[in-house]
Write a protein that binds this ligand. Sequence first.
Ligand code: SF4
Length: 269
Amino acid sequence: MVEIDKYMDTRTMVTSRGCIGRCKFCNTPYYFGNWSGKGVYDVISEIEMLVSKFNAKKILFLDDNATVDKKRMLKICKKIKEKNIKCLFGVLCSIECYDKYMIQEMYKVGFRWIHFGIESGSELVLSKMNKNMNIEYIKEVIFEVKKIGYRVRTSFILDYPGSKKEDIIKTKNLLLTIKPHEIRLHYLSYRVGTPVFYENKNVLNKSQYIHNNKPNVLNNEISEDIAKLIDELKDEGYDIIIDNIDWNTCNSKKIVSFVPIKYGRFWYE
Ligand code: SF4
């Protein structure tokens, strides 16, 4: 019903499901279970179909964590190269599954956009989330990926239970150090089935089960620091997107968003 050539040029595909991580707020491991991926042949066939029949110029791998199996990703890259597929790609993955060589090989065949769910600049909050990551390592990875040439998006949860003023300040410091091109800020949604939901079930009301872009368990002290964080990001040249906007008229390159934004913007060969 639409002229596909005039329609948007970015498509999405899902090449794997599940995760090896067990972050307490995430329903992926509790719903999809352990990671499993489609075979290389199927992934390549789908890419070719999207390019030839649906005018895809850019494809986002909308997996939960696309880089768990490094050998599989390297084989996908090899096939894209062998078949000389002309397309740009984006990928959602985790710092835990980062591998510099793999990310470089991905870049060579057209991957240009990468998302990492970092979620906090405080190691204490990260450990409460069951995300045992080292802040120095996070910085190292983001600097490397930016240097390779990727456009980088990171996501953060501002109001994870137990977060204090100093944790928000640590998140702010991390953001101002790594300066991703795009930042997704979230308030926690307590997804049924996740550990954080069961841990807090008794104090939640139903409006807090879903993404509503509203603070859930913030106290005033943290609210003020979140406001300061947003002000400092504005000073750094980020545009703050709170609600839906017209992406045809928005040319902002540095974005902080509280809502999903259009994929494929500023992915260049
Ligand atoms: S790494 Fe990402 S997908 Fe995996 S469990 Fe954690 S939040 Fe979920």
